[in-house]
Ligand binder design. Sequence first.
Ligand code: FMN
Length: 372
Amino acid sequence: MTDLPHVPRTTTGPLFADSGLKLALFGLNVTSPGAVTTSADRHEIDWDRDLDLALQAEQAGFEAVIPFARWRGFEGRTNPWGQSFDAFTWAAAVAARTSRISIFATAHCLTLSPVIVAKQIATLDAISHGRVGLNVVAGWFAKELAMFGAATLDHDARYAYTQEWLGVVLRLWAGEEFDHRGEWLDVVGGYSRPGPLQQPHPPIMNAAFSARGHEFATRHADLSFVSAFDLESVRTKVGEIRRMAAEAGRTQSVWIAASLVCADTDDEARALVRRWAEVDADEQAVANAIEWTMGGTGMPAEQHRQLAGAVASTMAGYPLIGAPDTIADQLARLRDAGIDGVALTMMDYSTGVTRFIDEVLPRLEEDGTRRT
Ligand SMILES: Cc1cc2nc3c(=O)[nH]c(=O)nc-3n(C[C@H](O)[C@H](O)[C@H](O)COP(=O)(O)O)c2cc1C
């Protein structure tokens, strides 16, 4: 496997500041990012409205927006994620219209040349005056990757590929001119100028959940993610990530993707989740999501049933469900469990973002969970 060039990690900028729990708005550029239901409230993409939401988030002090890289959906009746705007062009337009928030662009490394992505990110860094980050995805469901003729590598080989791919990006950003003949990539006379504004390089995110993925993330990314449904598992997984990073001589910003369901009371929020899971679920799309992205076949029936409810109602994000006080308390507990940042999805962003900003954010600032 090709070793990455030794490049110091990125630790500067608002994403890494000592300001408590960081917040990102996640998935605005795809339909139904945070749930798999037929509910009329589910998110549809609309550029003008979604830009407004990104601007609201920036104004309120959110640290980042994170688009999905998505090429097809989970079919069924509503085809969740089936409509999406390209993550890079979306990020460029958001970068041009904002002034403070960080913007990630998400690359499926198996589908894109590292030479193109190095230049796209350097261009985005210029447009945003140093606010872009790169989310590297080692590839997700086979049906999607098959569109690119890229579905033949098994899971762990995809991370080895991504490691080689990222090595090329880092050398290009460092301004090297080089030939690279690797296991998968041939780059003859590699060259890319200008480099990114952020030095040593823009922040690199990797949101793997598997052991192999976490090994990659803790060695090569600046931000990594854990996946869990309860606080104890969050705490354990964060500890594990920090231990793996320390073994590699690094530190790590550890985030979690969470699904926000905020209502007037806890009971109302729980009732919404129950309705999405039990009445409104797009069952075929839920089954496809579990089969295609989580290896549903062979899962014990009870685990499959529970996961189906979580996917339908919250796309299996960490559940932030309740009245504003409860949500603020849950976020404070995530912070206590070692989480540095939360990437939020929600059913209906138009009402959800406003409510979060008006009713949850002030509580987080009051109790010191975050400082804007
Ligand atoms: C915050 C976050 C963002 C992600 N963004 C994308 C994305 O845009 N496109 C995609 O195909 N996968 C995305 N993923 C999936 C991960 O990159 C990864 O493939 C998945 O969690 C499976 O991990 P594993 O490869 O370790 O099994 C995202 C996951 C999270 C938590």
